[in-house]
Design a binder for this molecule. Structure first.
Ligand code: ATP
Ligand code: MG
Length: 347
């Protein structure tokens, strides 16, 4: 048995009473390296180099490419639940496994662009020009810093106006879908994009609707706090509406519990409650509350580059594995969520 403190996932899944597990905010000994590699130099550069070596040496394990490009929308109209953190770090984890990954920043706040270190100051060609002016997506996509195969379409503050400007445009709900389809079809042979993540703003307006129409899958981060499930029925109802009228292929790929703090009973209770309601729709991996995850964007880096040895990096690495394996289970998840939505509507 491992001598490490249990991870949040180990604690809550399968459901057990609360344990007192360590989290990164307290000065505990660094967790053992999951790949069994000692970290000789405690510097960001050394860590980044180590991550790169793991990947190059195949120790992180190259993932097989999915049969077709997977397009995921990361959505929850509640603010600050971990949408951007999940988008950026999942995308980075997959790219570090050798996949080609595009992040589309659909939030005028531009947080995903910041976190990936891509330019998004006023005047930068961005998702706004793609949606409103019909600029090809290929003209705005930039390589993310430090990770080969990771790309981002940035958002500038202009996007704040798009919500209103889109209203009067032709095909206003499917402008992102068209742009993305053209972009994906235009990739050179052998350089297909394997995953696309769309980071949504905290609203269910036209920007988020565009994301739902462009995607096949929806990933819903839920923060482990008291009002966790509030607003979820509305989100699921919107997904159902989109499925009925605009995108019959849309599926829920799952719910990710974020900012889990095993020291608080509340986190444990909320995680249990969410699992009780959403069952198999919830990913087994739970993202812990981690100060490293919160710090990483200020360095313009995903956690896998900023602190690859942290619990947050481990969690997103595990989530990447789970997401990859979950495709087949997506239908089951969607059924569970639909049943919950139906029960909610009947109540
Ligand atoms: P918004 O609705 O504003 O777009 P969001 O849903 O994208 O927010 P994030 O920006 O990812 O949420 O996270 C909100 C804040 O919480 C950020 O400051 C982020 O750094 C921090 N945060 C996210 N996940 C974690 C975590 N697991 N541990 C600690 N802090 C986190
Ligand atoms: Mg965000």
């Amino acid at each position: 048995m491992s001598e490490d403190p249990p991870t949040p996932t180990e604690v809550v899944y399968p459901l057990t009473p609360a344990h007192d597990v360590s989290r990164e905010t307290e000065p505990v000994a660094p967790p053992a390296d999951p790949w069994g590699v000692e970290d000789p130099l405690d510097t960001p550069i050394a860590r980044a180099a180590e991550t790169a070596m793991r990947v190059r040496s195949g120790r992180a394990g190259a993932f097989t490419v999915p049969p077709a490009t997977r397009v995921l929308t990361v959505a929850n109209q509640k603010g600050g639940v971990g949408k951007t953190t999940t988008t950026v770090n999942l995308a980075a984890a997959l790219a570090l496994h050798g996949l080609r990954v595009l992040v589309i920043d659909l939030d005028p706040q531009g947080n995903a662009s910041t976190a990936l270190g891509v330019a998004h100051h006023a005047g930068t060609p961005s998702v706004y020009e793609v949606l409103v002016e019909g600029l090809p997506l290929s003209r705005v996509v930039q390589p993310a810093e430090g990770i080969e195969g990771l790309f981002a379409a940035p958002a500038t503050i202009d996007l704040a106006g798009a919500e209103i400007e889109l209203v009067s445009l032709v095909a206003r709900e499917s402008r992102l879908q068209r742009a993305l389809e053209t972009y994906l079809a235009g990739q050179p042979a052998g350089q297909r994009i394997d995953y696309v993540f769309i980071d949504c703003p905290p609203s269910l307006g036209l920007l988020t609707v565009n994301a739902f129409v462009a995607a096949r899958e929806v990933l819903i981060p839920i923060q482990c706090e008291y009002y966790a499930l509030e607003g979820l029925s509305q989100l699921l109802a919107t997904v159902n509406l989109i499925r009925d009228h605009l995108n019959p292929e849309l599926d829920i790929s799952g719910v990710v519990l974020t900012m889990y703090d095993a020291r608080t009973n509340l986190s444990v209770e909320v995680a249990n409650e969410v699992r009780r309601h959403l069952a198999d729709a919830v990913f087994a991996t739970i993202v812990p509350r981690s100060v490293r995850l919160a710090e990483a964007p200020s360095h313009g880096k995903p956690i896998a580059l900023y602190r690859p040895d942290s619990k947050g990096a481990e969690a997103y690495e595990a989530l990447a594995h789970e997401l990859r394996a979950r495709r087949d289970a997506a239908a089951a998840a969607a059924t569970a969520v639909a049943a919950t939505a139906a029960a909610g509507a009947a109540a």
